[in-house]
Design a protein around this ligand. Structure first.
Ligand code: FE2
Length: 216
């Protein structure tokens, strides 16, 4: 008795060659997307934590590695403060609702722009940028706020603490990048990350100065 067997899958090239209609003309290509390829994926193109030397940008391997490590920390912390701004944008209440609601969202957008700049600098240096929320949560040094809605002054205090963590790192990282000759990273850290965070600290801090609203 003949046993029923499953035909082995033909390689893609053979499948294409066999795809001819009965009139001898080539059959129309399939419009079926090739799904679920992540379950049979080859080795990743590049492992997280490694730094390739593909791009000729005049920096040695040790310098790139040090800069990528610093920038991934800065990236995780910037993702955290960005998302904290959106949390507070949604949850703020009180007499300063309107201005804080708008200010928080403005700062969110500015931090989001920094996220992209830092991540793209990591890629230029040959590294792999951290991206997903779960990985950011593992890497960030900014304390996790509760899921609860908090009073506006508490929101401001959390933001100022996060800004200060980022700013202290900026000073350290800028100095290290300067010493190693990575001028691009030094410039990004000082001109973009540090300056933006300092300005945001000013705008947020002034909301917790206890001055009278109607009568002096
Ligand atoms: Fe909104």
């Amino acid at each position: 008795m003949a046993t029923k067997t499953t035909a082995p899958k033909k390689p893609a090239a053979q499948q294409k060659a066999a795809a001819t209609a009965s009139n001898g003309r080539a059959a129309a290509p399939s419009v079926q997307p090739i799904l679920n390829q992540q379950f049979d994926a080859p080795a990743p193109l590049q492992k997280y934590g490694t730094v390739s030397q593909r791009l000729p940008i005049g920096l040695d391997a040790a310098t790139r590695q040090e800069s990528v490590n610093m920038l991934n920390q800065l990236l995780a912390d910037t993702c955290s403060i960005r998302d904290m701004y959106k949390k507070h944008h949604w949850q703020v209440v009180g007499p300063t609702f309107y201005q804080l609601h708008l200010l928080y969202d403005k700062h969110y957008e500015e931090q989001d722009a920094l996220v992209d700049m830092i991540a793209e600098r990591i890629q230029i240096l040959g590294g792999v940028a951290v991206a997903m929320a779960a990985d950011v949560a593992e890497l960030t040094s900014i304390p996790r706020p509760p899921r609860d809605r908090e009073e506006a002054p508490v929101q401001v205090s959390r933001l100022l603490e996060a800004h200060q963590i980022i700013l202290k790192n900026c000073h350290e990282y800028a100095e290290k990048a300067d010493e190693s000759g990575d001028d691009g990273t030094n410039d990004l850290v000082v001109s973009n990350v540090l300056r933006t965070n300092e300005l945001q600290v000013w705008f947020v801090s002034e909301h917790v100065v206890d001055t009278p609203l109607a009568r002096s």
